[in-house]
Structure formats: structure tokens, C-alpha cells
Design a protein around this ligand. Structure first.
Ligand code: 5GP
Ligand code: ZN
Length: 113
């Protein structure tokens, strides 16, 4: 996807503060953090959202969950954290490349708005 922001980050066309990467997955700090730790975990391959990823490649979907787990450990989030993936307009998705928000480092409110 030539006009996709996160595809450009995945290909190093746009810089990001990368905290973890594999051949398939990239994790980088959100540019507008909502918690002391706010990392976005993406697949390098473009999928519109988590449902498209799950339907297309279940092994890769599992790798993403493992990567999130590894980043939570690297970030020292032993007190807990939250994983969020916004989907579509009602979900508040603003970048249409699958990404999981990993939020932690403070007590998080529930429910979200
Ligand atoms: P969404 O609203 O789609 O769930 O999440 C998109 C996230 O991407 C937002 O939290 C936003 O702050 C983040 N974001 C938008 N543009 C950039 C960017 O250029 N670099 C980084 N690191 N994060 C971005
Ligand atoms: Zn993309």
C-alpha cells in the first residue's frame, strides 16, 4: 500500500522509535502516547484490521500476540497493561493498517469512551 503510513514506517521510509522487530512484525512508540508506555505493534505486511489479519494468516496473528507479550516484558509492565485494536469508524480506527496498542505504566480507566 504505497500511501499507507504504517507501511511506510515498516519499510523505514518514515522513521519511528522502534522497540522490537522480527522479519514479520514491528513495534514502535506511538507519536502521541496515552500512557507512559504506548507502543504500536504491527505486521510488516499490510492488513486493514485485526479481522483481516486473523482471516488471512492465523500463524501471523499468533506471532503478533507473542510479540506484544515480549514487548510488555521488555517494557517492564509487570503490574499489568492493556492491548487495544480499534477497528472501523465505530471503533475509532484512524490508520487502516492493523495495529495493536500496548498501553501500560499507569493504572488505566475502564470502560473506555
Ligand atoms: P488508531 O486511532 O488507528 O487506533 O491508532 C493510530 C495511532 O497511530 C494513534 O495512536 C496515533 O497517535 C498513532 N500515529 C499516527 N501517526 C503516527 C506516526 O507518524 N508515527 C507514530 N509513531 N505513531 C503515529
Ligand atoms: Zn499498510
Amino acid at each position: 500500500m504505497s500511501d499507507c503510513l504504517f507501511c511506510k514506517i515498516a519499510s523505514n521510509e518514515i522513521p519511528a522509535d522502534v522497540v522490537f522487530e522480527t522479519d514479520e512484525i514491528l513495534a514502535f512508540r506511538d507519536i502521541d502516547p496515552k500512557a507512559p508506555t504506548h507502543v504500536l505493534v504491527i505486521t510488516r505486511q499490510h492488513f486493514e484490521n485485526a479481522a483481516e489479519l486473523a482471516n488471512a494468516n492465523k500463524d501471523l496473528a499468533g506471532q503478533v500476540l507473542q510479540a506484544i507479550t515480549d514487548v510488555a516484558t521488555l517494557e517492564g509492565l509487570a503490574e499489568g497493561y492493556r492491548i487495544v485494536t480499534n477497528t472501523g469508524s465505530d471503533g475509532g480506527q484512524s490508520v487502516n493498517h492493523v495495529h495493536f496498542h500496548l498501553l501500560g505504566g499507569r493504572s488505566l480507566n475502564w470502560p473506555p469512551g
